[in-house]
Design a protein around this ligand. Structure first.
Ligand SMILES: [Zn+2]
Ligand SMILES: [Zn+2]
Length: 321
């Protein structure tokens, strides 16, 4: 019996792994990283605390979807993507209702934010006032979530303005909440996303619609797979094609091995639209020799974040010309 279980787990598609399933590996990697990089210790500690809460919210969200009978509709919507070519969220008209309960959302947002503060994250040392509009229910978390998903930032700005902080600080909290909600929708759709994983071929995420900025190469012919930094969906995407404007003309897409100590990290840049994205070459020959262990893929955004900073400098330079 034990064998059957392990075979089943091994056959499980990587794009169907939950935050919870990758949590142990992620925490181990983050604690190792805290020892290795003194200067980023606080960041890693905060992210570890956030991930632990996110795994709980993801589990809770999935339970809400199951108990409310929303699973069938999510799967039906996922199967329609093959014909509609719209993201799952567009297909459903937004997040499923069971995940939009105001009381529940507020409780989860506060749990995540308080875990971050407990680990030392306190932007401008004003964490309490930062959260007060949420605690006092002056801000609708449901509206905030729906706004951010539509790419509207008015409520984020209003919140930031009310507590005199930057939009980035409140945006971080909003995204920390969105990640496990969207991840639960991905898990709820499950195998119904099988077609999408192989054949979606667009540069934005087939589940949540976020533009692709991170991916990896692996397996036969080093196939490239994009990894959504919001919902953690993964889908096959052609190499040397810009996920933003779609150009695949020779010369339009350039790549840099921007981190000399980690030649398996590639920074790509589109010369046509300026979009940048980062790819981990998981089977690069230098990797086994280096002794470095790759983090689980839910941490690839963080693992390659230093390349994103370089990308900003590159685009700044391009604008100067
Ligand atoms: Zn996504
Ligand atoms: Zn482009």
């Amino acid at each position: 019996m034990a064998e059957t279980k392990s075979v089943r787990e091994e056959n499980r598609a990587p794009w169907l792994r939950s935050i919870g399933e990758q949590l142990g590996e992620a925490l181990e990697w983050l604690s190792e990283a805290q020892r290795r990089e003194e200067e980023n210790r606080l960041l890693y500690r905060v992210l570890a605390a956030v991930l632990e809460r996110q795994a709980e919210v993801e589990r809770d969200a999935l339970r809400r979807l199951e108990e409310s009978g929303a699973m069938d509709e999510i799967r039906r919507s996922a199967r329609r993507i093959a014909f509609s070519r719209r993201s799952l969220l567009e297909e459903m008209g937004g997040l499923p209702e069971p995940l939009l309960d105001e009381e529940w959302l507020r409780e989860k947002l506060l749990e995540i934010a308080q875990a971050a503060v407990g680990a030392g994250w306190s932007p401008e040392a004003r964490a309490a006032p930062l959260l007060s509009p949420v605690e006092k229910a002056l801000l609708s978390v449901r509206e905030l979530v729906e706004d951010v998903l539509r790419g509207r930032l008015d409520l984020l700005d209003a919140w930031a303005g009310a507590v005199s902080t930057s939009r980035d600080n409140v945006a971080a909290i909003a995204y920390w909440l969105l990640q496990p909600l969207l991840s639960a929708v991905r898990l709820a759709a499950g195998q119904a996303l099988g077609w999408v994983h192989e054949y979606w071929q667009q540069g934005r995420c087939p589940v949540c619609g976020a533009p692709a900025s991170v991916g990896y190469m692996k397996g036969e012919g080093r196939r490239q797979v994009m990894h959504c930094t919001l919902c953690h969906m993964e889908w096959v995407f052609p190499r040397a094609t810009c996920p933003s404007c779609g150009t695949d003309k020779p010369g339009d897409v350039v790549f840099y091995q921007a981190d000399p100590e980690r030649p398996w990290l590639r920074l790509y840049r589109c010369r046509r639209c300026g979009h940048t994205w980062r790819i981990v070459d998981e089977e690069h020959e230098a990797l086994p020799r280096s002794g470095e262990k790759l983090p689980p893929r839910i941490l690839y955004d963080l693992y390659t974040a230093h390349l994103a900073h370089l990308a900003e400098r590159l685009s700044g330079r391009a604008e100067e010309k």
